[in-house]
Design a protein around this ligand. Structure first.
Ligand SMILES: Cc1cc2nc3c(=O)[nH]c(=O)nc-3n(C[C@H](O)[C@H](O)[C@H](O)COP(=O)(O)O)c2cc1C
Length: 220
């Protein structure tokens, strides 16, 4: 194995990049619609995007005052529903809402309203899950039924000027549903020519572009 002899290029580093202080660090992750069970047995929908997968686990970042976080920690069950770009209008229809009543002050100040039935408000269709109680969202081509296995608070010091804290919630996926139209027939593989996530990039929605090729580990 050879060692790199490359030296940092100071002149290029100084010119090509500038320091900025962006309001958010959302470089681009899929939108996930978290469905969770309300205390009255109805299902809430929380749009979110701070989610990533490791084996059968998904790690979620949910703000402290969200109804979805409260429901997740009480019921220990969720469904993670992944919309495609076509569902963007339905997602945005419930973006300025919360299932929490009364609406937390910092959300009311920027126009959030209480919404008790987000299926009705969005036009999404409810669908029973197999192993957990929150309903699935029929329009989402990929749906993960999941159980909460761990949660923790933000580490370090949380600056008091930040509007809201959050919690990291780790879930274990217990069942995966994929629309038959995006599955390679007779296999457990997603056909990546048929599936495309709705991405959230610095607070804008995007679909994905052309396939740039597979990684060395891809089976198909
Ligand atoms: C596209 C999108 C991505 C979002 N990402 C997150 C997120 O990762 N974590 C989070 O807590 N809230 C996120 N939000 C904000 C929540 O949707 C918002 O707090 C909402 O009121 C939660 O609903 P609930 O209080 O009924 O759970 C996102 C909103 C949108 C529209």
């Amino acid at each position: 194995m050879s060692m790199t002899t490359a030296k940092p290029d100071q002149s290029r580093a100084d010119n090509a990049h500038i320091e900025i202080k962006p309001a958010v660090l959302y470089v681009g992750t899929p939108v996930v619609l978290i469905t969770s069970l309300n205390p009255d047995g109805t299902t809430n929908i929380s749009p979110m995007s701070s989610a990533w997968a490791l084996f059968d686990r998904i790690v979620l970042g949910l703000t402290a005052t969200s109804k979805g976080r409260e429901n997740a920690l009480r019921e220990r069950q969720l469904v993670l529903n992944f919309p495609s770009p076509a569902e963007r209008p339905k997602v945005e229809a419930i973006a300025p809402t919360t299932g929490r009543y009364p609406v937390p002050r910092h959300k009311a100040d920027i126009g959030y309203r209480f919404e008790s039935d987000k299926f009705d408000a969005s036009g999404f269709t409810p669908q029973e899950a197999d192993l957990v109680r929150p309903l699935r969202i029929a329009e989402c081509p990929i749906q993960f039924e999941a159980e909460v296995v761990a949660s923790h608070d933000p580490g370090g010091e949380w600056p008091p000027e930040r509007r809201e804290a959050f919690q990291i919630i780790e879930v274990k996926v217990v069942r995966v549903h994929a629309h038959r139209g995006i599955v390679i027939p007779g296999t457990n593989h997603i056909d990546t020519t048929k599936w495309s996530p709705l991405l959230y990039v610095f607070r804008h929605y995007f679909g994905t572009g052309p396939d740039l090729g597979r990684t060395f580990k891809a089976e198909v």
